[in-house]
Write a protein that binds this ligand. Structure first.
Ligand SMILES: Cc1cc2nc3c(=O)[nH]c(=O)nc-3n(C[C@H](O)[C@H](O)[C@H](O)COP(=O)(O)O)c2cc1C
Length: 388
């Protein structure tokens, strides 16, 4: 399974093409729109998200509510585009109009300046439009298709925020994936501990009043994972490494860890390794899950626990200093539009990219022209694993 996304933040529409999804997967626009709505929500979001209410429509690959095995094309219209017809026009326009929303003050922490140098632009809007996190809309759409596939294979995925702007959320122990999902869905800040909800919201309000921004740490958990996805035989086939790449590819994500993650560097081996158990009912299990479901770049059947860290949003209403690229004079950076935090939205994106990589891996390991064929292959593998 492979995919590409296309589209600009204020262009006419966003597009994704996915190839390699088996035929026969039940799929409706509603399956996707629910996640698109989640990406647009969350406490602390305003501006653009009030203008757009994203809806996907399929232009290929789905017929009568089921995938056909052909490339799936999904489009989301940018409603805001109507106000940007000249500025985002594919045809050349008068210079007078071109200068209307020209950007010459690059924002620190964004792709503006380096993109301008790399592609030799005199208007940094060319970088801004594609590097914008608006692109993550289509990654969420692709992830929703992937999640639909994983659900057919009894795999469950959930995400929640574990650190919000430096405030650690105490997570009750032994929550199931379903419980994490249900609790985070109830929360406007995507946390599982309701007692902290108001404190976090007040903090976001405070940050907004200060004209500042915050990031945090998001955790994605996946249950029902077959043993042996990924491989140790080659560096680029290690699944934890593939997931790390996907997570850090999300705008503003700066790091990733599995299970105990960086904490493992502070412990002894006896406090880190997960001892192996066996029972007739469950086959092989582990006493703990400190390694987050991975050994040797492969899934070991324990829930996958992966965390990503998001830096604070770089556009501040209290703008940072920058330099005009035409005059080289110091200037305050351009403020296009911004929020104090996008962490709850980003956690939806993280869930989507994790689901996408897992779906890709499943489709690489098991035969997959048709959904029933895939389900049979996965069930057979699960039987084999249990009786090994
Ligand atoms: C869901 C989401 C929403 C975001 N919203 C904004 C925003 O409103 N303003 C902003 O300046 N950056 C926002 N960002 C972050 C920037 O897109 C990102 O920092 C920028 O593209 C530079 O990329 P880098 O941080 O990965 O280096 C958002 C990121 C995500 C994942």
């Amino acid at each position: 399974m492979r995919y590409l996304t296309a589209g600009e933040s204020h262009g006419p529409r966003l597009t994704a093409i996915i190839e390699g999804i088996p035929a026969g997967l039940p799929l409706t626009a509603e399956d996707i729109n629910g996640d698109l709505k989640r990406r647009q929500g969350g406490y602390g979001r305003g501006g653009r998200m009030k203008i757009e209410s994203d809806q996907v429509f399929f232009t290929s690959g789905v017929r009568h509510g089921k995938t056909t095995g052909a490339p799936i094309t999904m489009d989301v219209v940018n409603k805001d585009h109507q106000k940007w017809l000249d500025i985002m026009s594919a045809e050349d326009i008068e210079d007078r109009l071109k200068s209307k929303r020209k950007i010459t003050h690059p924002r620190p922490g964004h792709a503006d300046l380096v993109g301008g140098i790399k592609y030799r632009f005199d208007d940094l809007r060319n970088s801004l439009e594609r590097s914008s996190a608006r692109e993550t809309t289509m990654r969420v759409a692709v992830g929703a298709v992937a999640k639909r596939l994983l659900a057919e294979l009894d795999m469950e995925i959930a995400n929640h925020v574990v650190v919000f702007g430096g405030k650690e959320i105490d997570v009750p122990e032994d929550l199931t994936v379903a419980e994490i999902k249900a609790r985070a869905a109830q929360s406007e800040v995507s946390i599982v501990n309701q007692e902290r909800e108001q404190e976090i919201k007040d903090y976001i309000d405070q940050i907004k009043r200060d004209g500042d921004t915050i990031g945090g740490v998001v955790e994605t958990v996946v249950g029902g994972v077959p043993v042996g996805l990924g491989s140790y035989v080659q560096w680029d086939r290690k699944l934890d490494a593939r997931l790390a790449q996907a997570v850090v590819s999300i705008n503003a994500f700066k790091g990733v860890e599995f299970g105990l993650g960086f904490e493992a560097g502070y412990r002894k081996g006896s406090q880190v390794m997960d001892e192996i158990l066996w029972s007739k009912e469950d086959g092989y299990t582990r006493r703990t899950n400190n390694l987050g479901g991975f050994e040797g770049g492969m899934t070991n059947g324990q829930p996958i626990v992966v965390r990503g860290v998001m830096k604070p949003i770089p556009t501040l209403y209290k703008p940072l200093m920058s330099v005009d690229i035409e005059t080289h004079e110091p200037y305050k950076a351009t403020v296009e539009r911004s929020d104090p935090t996008a962490l709850p939205a980003a956690s939806v994106v993280m869930e989507a990219v994790v689901a996408t990589v897992l779906a890709q891996e499943i489709l690489e390991k098991f035969s997959s022209d048709n959904l029933e064929e895939l389900k049979e292959a996965v069930a057979k593998h699960r039987d084999y694993t249990k009786n090994y």
